[in-house]
Design a protein around this ligand. Structure first.
Ligand SMILES: C[S@@+](CC[C@H](N)C(=O)[O-])C[C@H]1O[C@@H](n2cnc3c(N)ncnc32)[C@H](O)[C@@H]1O
Length: 357
């Protein structure tokens, strides 16, 4: 049976530029249509200051509806009290939706995810530093996540069958052992198998790349992702940089000429040289000083978009699994911490987080 939601438009918020009510209406309508939700619009205006109270009273109303749909998460100040009221509302089978972020809260678990993002605001020193929640949500991508999830990993074996510290020392050299040695040192043999094709397709679509675009991959490894991009767009200008001499020497032959050995914290490129800068599972390998320097360098050389994918965790189990599994990681942060840190460093692009579930 289709769920019926009451829609609310909230104006007067101070975090986002003012969005005209008719636009908010359209966003809510489109969201409901594409999610097969019936919706009755009840346009309610109130000021940002009173949002706690108003949200609370809205949750109490509308017994006959299955839930509420709001224009955006950013229109509310969430306090612990408000989160408890929402939890109570969800516990009787109701739903809360946010159209702009395409976020549905249907259970306590969904609310937990949201609370994590709300913490980003609390962590920020000033409102100007605080990236809005919807902004952060819109910047989180999932290009690599399906591929990452398709691998099986024996987390415990890493710590019980091997001397993990010794393995990590060898792995951090990013030499032959890391790439093509035994599994306890890294990849356990990393040959081309076409696995990055889908990621390349997603990048091209999402960032509207064409044959005139230029792309830099920081921590490009053996250049497989750049190879897939170039296969689809033969005239794409590509560059790859990696600290690993071994990876560059053993890179995919077709793209080798575009790759060089170098450090992410000191990029040998001009300001605003690239339309898109990407980096897959590399930035968590940096200590905090290097991380900030590398983010600044990335910002400097890009003129358009960017995407960085790093390892992270959302709970204690994922934190433990990451600690067990990782060999080269030097930055261990929860997702909220990563987002806070990205914003603090002035990073303006997209991000993705992979988890060890
Ligand atoms: C997990 S691998 C990812 C490789 C590649 N992006 C891929 O997905 O196939 C991490 C990469 O980070 C590179 N790396 C580590 N420290 C670096 C640094 N300071 N500058 C550039 N690359 C670095 C390593 O050599 C390695 O290629």
């Amino acid at each position: 049976m289709r769920k019926a939601l009451r829609g609310y438009i909230v104006s007067g918020n101070t975090l986002n530029p003012f969005i005209p009510q008719r636009v908010q209406n359209l966003v809510i309508r489109d969201y409901c249509e594409s999610n097969s939700l019936d919706f009755l619009l009840s346009s309610t205006e109130f000021s940002f200051e009173g949002s706690d109270q108003t949200l609370k009273s809205l949750l109490k109303k509308d017994e006959s509806k299955d839930g509420i749909v709001f224009y955006s998460i950013d229109q509310f100040i969430f306090s612990q009290k408000i989160l408890s009221s929402i939890e109570e509302y969800l516990s009787v089978g109701k739903e809360v939706h946010f159209a702009l972020e395409e976020k549905k809260l249907a259970s306590k678990k969904d609310l937990k995810d949201l609370s994590g993002l709300i913490k980003i605001k609390a962590l920020s020193n000033s409102p100007s530093q605080a990236s809005s929640i919807s902004d952060s949500l819109l910047r989180i991508k999932d290009f690599v996540t399906p591929l990452h999830k398709s691998s099986k990993r024996d987390y415990l074996e890493r710590v019980t069958s091997f001397n993990k510290a010794d393995c990590a020392i060898i792995a951090k050299e990013f030499g032959k052992d890391y790439w093509d040695g035994e599994r306890q040192f890294g990849y356990g043999g990393y040959s081309y198998d076409g696995r990055w094709k889908e990621v390349a397709e997603k990048l091209i679509k999402n960032y509207a790349l064409n044959n005139k675009s230029s792309v830099l991959d920081i921590g490009c490894g053996k250049g497989y992702l750049l190879f897939e991009l170039k296969k689809i767009l033969p005239d794409l200008t590509i560059s790859g940089i990696d600290i690993s001499d071994y990876a560059i020497k053993n890179a995919k032959e077709e793209v080798k000429e575009f790759l060089s050995v170098g450090d992410a914290s000191k990029l040998p490129y001009k300001d605003k040289q690239f339309d898109l800068v990407i980096s897959n599972t590399t930035f968590h390998n940096f200590t905090i000083d290097k991380l900030f320097m590398s983010l600044a360098e990335l910002e400097r050389v890009k003129k358009g978009s960017s995407w960085i994918c790093v390892e992270s965790y959302r709970n204690e189990l994922e934190k433990m699994n990451l600690l067990y599994w990782q060999l080269t990681c030097d930055s261990f942060y929860s997702t909220e911490e990563w987002i806070w840190l990205f914003n603090k460093a002035g990073y303006s692009g997209d991000f993705e987080f992979i988890y060890f579930e």
